[in-house]
Design a protein around this ligand. Structure first.
Ligand SMILES: *Cc1c(COP(=O)(O)O)cnc(C)c1O
Length: 410
């Protein structure tokens, strides 16, 4: 038996005038939630249930015949998850959202649903290395062809499209180079050739970028990052039109890549302060990027909010803010001297991931690409003297002072 019908209710009316859409933070706090809840509690209950029971046989039959939207079995959904999905759909301005156990589970779920043997997918080549690996190592086993073209090269992407192409994929901004996709051109390309489009907007978040409003078909977020925001859980979400996402939901019910009720609660709790956190991440990212750009020991800073950034114009046109991720290159440093700067930082902890309240620092060459050949690292633009800093929500003066002492220490 499969869940036949999603039990998504319309958004509660949050403002006195229905013509005036609620603000971003109002949505983050209230969207998707019932006004009066179980136990008269202000918070949503965590239903620790693997299965959901029926009062009698007729109720089972009513459910099967789609008259009763309700829960059935935990692998198909849970009440807390429905709330978070509505909240995330509202934040991205989408019809529906589908929550997964991780960002990668969301990516795999969408591509497994959409692609058949013989189909092709085209990527901009600056991307999360596990997304690339899933396509080139695993989808390839099922006869799906992956083509990679240079990031933001729309002509190269157009040139790679053929009658077998089913999906155009990019991140925006990309990781760790923070290149920003011109969404209008990306969407036009998809429409011109009748190919669907996916933007992984993890680094931007719905606060800084609105891919669905630009006409992108699917938006993906690793909710592990800014959406949850506290470095304490893994989650992923797809947002888009309800109808195509229903097919993905059915496959998720088979794969079992769903979030636990406890995790859904934590994600919902993190989302309450989403706009507040994003404002601080944006402020800190800009302050740190400006400081580093003026520092004599820095060769180069990549941050979309800096005028020196190759995609600054696109970013200014399309983004609300530029996020907390800053990539920079230490001047005249080999990889060990670069590592010394990382090690000298006292506030950011050393670790992968980004988007949490705690700042995180890493050297991509060591953290993600250490076992790759120098030629391949060069191909993916991973320099030995490159550092990626995810600015948390600490005070920017402290982050700046700490980076200053770390650069002086080397
Ligand atoms: C982290 C990340 C992912 C993967 O998300 P998980 O939640 O770790 O599975 C995908 N894309 C980008 C851009 C990411 O930063």
């Amino acid at each position: 038996m499969t869940a036949k019908k999603s039990s998504q209710a319309p958004l509660p009316q949050l403002a006195p005038d229905p013509a005036v859409p609620p603000g971003f933070s109002t949505l983050a706090v209230h969207a998707g939630e019932a006004r009066q809840k179980v136990g008269d509690a202000i918070t949503d209950a965590i239903f620790c249930s693997s299965t959901y029971t029926f009062p009698d046989t007729q109720a089972v039959i009513d459910f099967i015949e789609q008259q009763q939207p309700r829960e059935e079995y935990g692998r198909y959904g849970n009440p807390g998850e429905r709330v978070i999905e509505q909240k995330l759909a509202a934040l991205d301005g989408g019809e529906a959202a589908l929550l997964f156990a991780s960002g990668m589970a969301a990516f795999v779920g969408l591509l497994m649903t959409k692609l058949n043997s013989g189909n092709e997918v085209i990527f901009f080549d600056e991307c999360y290395h596990r997304s690339r690996e899933f396509c080139t190592k695993h989808l390839a086993r099922f006869g799906v062809v992956t083509r990679q073209v240079p990031a933001c090269d729309y002509d190269a992407m157009a040139g790679a499209i053929n009658s077998r192409t089913k999906l155009l994929v990019s991140e925006s901004p990309t990781n760790p180079h923070l290149s920003v996709v011109d969404l209008d051109r990306f969407v036009r390309l998809g429409r011109e050739y009748g190919v669907e489009t996916l933007i992984d907007a993890t680094l931007a978040t719905p606060y800084n970028l609105r891919p669905l409003a630009a006409g992108v078909d699917y938006v993906l977020h690793s909710a592990t990052k800014y959406l949850a925001g506290h470095n304490d859980l893994l989650a992923g979400v797809l947002v888009g039109r309800r109808e195509p996402l229903e097919a993905v939901r059915k496959l998720r019910g088979i794969m079992g890549s769903i979030n636990s009720p406890q995790n859904c609660y934590l994600l919902g709790r993190g989302l309450k302060t989403f706009e507040l956190r994003m404002r601080r991440h944006n402020e800190n990212g800009l302050a740190v990027a400006r400081f580093l750009a003026a520092h004599p020991r820095i060769e180069k800073v990549l941050y979309p909010g800096l005028e020196s950034h190759p995609y600054h114009e696109v970013a200014r046109r399309t983004m609300h803010g530029f996020g907390g991720l800053v990539t920079f290159y230490v001047k005249d440093a080999d990889w060990r001297q670069t590592a010394a700067v990382v090690d000298a930082a006292r506030i950011p902890r050393i670790g992968p991931s980004l988007g949490g309240v705690e700042s995180l620092i890493e050297q991509p060459m060591v953290m993600s690409y250490f076992e790759m050949s120098p030629e391949d690292r060069q191909r993916f633009g991973i320099a030995d003297n490159m550092i990626r800093l995810s600015c948390g929500v600490e005070n920017s003066e402290d982050l700046v002072a700490d980076l200053g002492q770390a650069l002086d220490a080397r």
